[in-house]
Design a protein around this ligand. Structure first.
Ligand code: PNS
Length: 162
């Protein structure tokens, strides 16, 4: 048995982090020695929350997971993995995600042979969650309080002026 540190990344945009993301972080933390939750921080007009806000929410969401840290990244995810000694990309897989996710997994495997992509099926209760849908529903006055951490819900209502 090799005694190398098993290090994984959970990448995403996290605009904002949802209960579905947090479930994947928790399960990844159980499977791996060290986990980096890495938020893509390339500037984009389409974000509701800027990079610092997203990272701050992620840090609160991961506060009770001792082997998880939060970071921002720009550029290729595979470059980030190689630069940080990360062997696995871990993502949640919802109904409908498969085709695009497999395309990305194959591209990432082509870019960095030593980095595996691992998919964890979302729990049934989280299988419909998406940050984009949560933002749309919240902006139209729907109740998303059970779908995101409490502090994310407050930030959403404040940002949307509700
Ligand atoms: O939460 P999202 O928006 O589905 O996350 C997408 C993300 C950030 C994981 C993906 O866009 C990504 O890996 N971006 C980094 C740039 C990159 O490596 N692109 C090639 C992917 S094959």
């Amino acid at each position: 048995m090799s005694d190398h540190v098993r290090r994984a990344v959970c990448p995403g945009t996290f605009d904002p982090v949802t209960n579905g993301h947090v479930d994947i972080f928790r399960r990844t933390a159980w499977l791996f020695d060290e986990v980096v939750v890495a938020a893509g921080v390339n500037p984009s007009k389409n974000r509701l929350f800027d990079a610092e806000e997203r990272l701050a929410m992620l840090r609160r969401a991961c506060a009770d997971l001792p082997n998880v840290r939060v970071d921002g990244f720009t550029g290729l995810l595979t470059d980030y993995c190689v630069d940080n000694g990360i062997h696995a990309i871990v993502k949640g897989l919802r109904t409908g995600d498969f085709d695009y996710e497999l395309q990305m997994a194959h591209m990432n495997a082509t870019l960095a042979a030593g980095v595996e992509t691992v998919y964890l099926p979302t729990t049934p209760q989280n299988s419909f969650l998406a940050s984009s849908l949560i933002k749309e529903v919240a902006s139209l006055g729907g109740d998303v309080s059970g779908l995101v951490p409490g502090f994310v819900h407050e930030a959403l209502l404040a940002r949307l002026g509700r």
